[in-house]
Design a protein around this ligand. Structure first.
Ligand code: 4AD
Ligand code: MG
Length: 465
């Protein structure tokens, strides 16, 4: 007999004479003539109530069905007499597959998120993390759906790379050299030519540069993969390993890029509301009371667009004292970004056209800038509660300007010969962005720490599991 998922049993439209369920015991309550078990199989936030009659031969196993144990139940799906649920299962056969001994840490009482992080191998079995990872799964699907329906092609860009896309220098080395005793050249320096790839290699910080190659062939592409940054920032919004979605669009400018980013973020929110309603309701009850209202608000309103120069004026006029001083040319810090989106505009805001010197080499130089006020066609999407969730730009498609940008950022043209070739052979205006998948999940769930929206967090000092 085929297994029925709890989700489908709870959505049943009629009773069933025979049903087969498998899952884990959340709670068990023993009365005189019956035991009540809440069976959860991860398919849905709520479990299904199972009634095991003490007269059943299998009832002998009931004391093994502790919280955390895995069980199998065959029986009837009947309308529930008790309140709170529509359906319940009256067991006819009942089997404990795997007992959970008394040390099982997920007992009914609430646990702190910090404690649950230490048991990341068990936390998906809690209500909160079950909900988070169902939403994560659904949104991964919605990402592909959004782009595929718009004619974008998915490109798997490499994870091991020899180039630094963001020029930030926060990269993890990939090497098979013996670190205790590396090969050295005549100059006593480590001889990287003897390494596995014959040169220095790293884990990628972004699939963008390779994405641009494919946009110059397939027009509209996206990547969705893991990215790695060795920045030593211990914040609630930074992980050393995170997932990024990066569309790259040929024949597109900054305005088109902002439109795409806004439509994308709204699609993901709409999709989560439609397909993860019970989980979102749970978050709005137990994680962030304003979540649902905020998501509705974000869906209804167009995002604000504001140039960097305007943003600096707003911050200077705010009357605030900033930890990091504000002046034209300095990067916006988290405190500034949060002020703009949470207090000034009170909605998502796309800041665009940043000073050239603080942005990556590949961003398109804006024409007609005043001397000393050179900007590039960059954009960052800021949202309340988090700050930046998207970073992107129109790319420099003109060979000479790109070379100048590389010089400004002290990059060696030899390392980017293929990237420069794109500007030699059929160059087109193009643009793209990167959405941090975990930051988006934080926004959709209200969960405040990035460590709690990724299955196994990698942060400075932590790589357990
Ligand atoms: O702004 P970033 O660095 O942009 C890029 O990497 C571009 N190559 C993207 C592109 O144009 N194709 O990163 C993009 C997004 C950020 O807005 C943020 O949401 C997320 O990636 N991000 C991180 N998320 C978690 N932990 C980190 N350490 C992150 N660094 C960036
Ligand atoms: Mg950024």
């Amino acid at each position: 007999m085929l297994r029925t998922l709890v989700k489908d049993a709870l959505n049943a439209t009629a009773p069933a004479d025979a049903i087969f369920l498998q899952g884990w015991v959340r709670t068990r309550r023993d009365a005189k003539a019956f035991s009540f078990i809440e069976l959860n199989d991860g398919s849905y936030l709520k479990g299904l109530q199972v009634i095991v009659d003490a007269a059943l031969p299998d009832y002998a196993q009931i004391t093994k069905a502790n919280t955390g144990a895995s069980i199998e139940v065959r029986g009837k799906l009947v309308e529930s007499k008790g309140g709170g649920q529509k359906w319940e299962v009256v067991a006819e056969k009942f089997t404990v597959l795997g007992e959970a001994d008394a040390t099982y840490p997920l007992q009914k009482k609430g646990h702190t998120l910090e404690f649950l992080r230490e048991i990341a191998h068990l936390r998906p079995r809690s209500n909160l993390f079950g909900a988070v990872f169902r939403v994560r799964s659904r949104l991964a699907y919605a990402v592909h759906q959004f782009f595929q329906e718009r004619g974008f092609h998915c490109v798997h860009t490499p994870i091991i790379t020899a180039s630094d896309a963001e020029g930030a220098g926060d990269m993890f080395r990939v090497t098979t050299l013996d670190l205790e005793n590396p090969p050295r050249g005549a100059d006593k320096q480590v001889d990287h030519a003897k390494d596995f790839f014959g040169k220095k290699t790293f884990l990628t910080v972004s699939g963008q540069l390779e994405g641009e190659i494919f946009a110059h062939a397939l027009s509209n592409i996206y990547t969705f993969g893991p990215t790695f940054r060795a920045e030593n920032s211990n914040t609630s919004r930074h992980a050393a390993e995170f997932w990024m979605i990066e569309p790259e669009v040929a024949f597109c400018d900054l305005a088109g890029n902002m439109d795409l980013a806004e439509a994308f973020v709204k699609h993901l929110i709409r999709d989560a509301k439609q397909h993860c309603a019970a989980d979102l309701e749970f978050f709005s009850k137990f994680v962030d009371k304003e979540l649902l209202a905020r998501l509705d608000f974000v869906l209804e309103k167009p995002f604000v667009r504001c140039s960097y120069t305007e943003a600096v004026e707003i911050l200077n006029k705010s009357g605030r004292t900033w930890e990091h001083p504000v002046s034209w040319g300095a990067n916006l810090q988290a405190e500034h970004e949060r002020y703009l989106t949470e207090e000034h505009f009170k909605c998502p805001v796309t800041v665009h056209d940043y000073p050239r010197a603080i942005k990556a080499f590949y961003m398109r130089q804006n024409d007609g800038c005043a001397p000393g006020r050179e900007t590039v066609a960059a954009m960052d999407l800021l949202v309340p509660g988090i700050g930046e969730i998207i970073g992107g730009s129109q790319r420099e498609e003109r060979l000479e300007q790109l070379r100048a940008g590389m010089m400004l950022h002290h990059l060696d043209e030899k390392d980017y010969w293929w990237y420069l070739d794109l500007r030699r052979y059929g160059s087109v205006p193009h643009a793209g962005f990167g959405l941090g998948f975990e930051r988006m999940l934080m926004f959709v769930t209200g969960v405040a720490n990035i460590r709690d929206v990724i299955p196994f967090a990698r942060t400075p000092g932590t790589a357990e599991f």
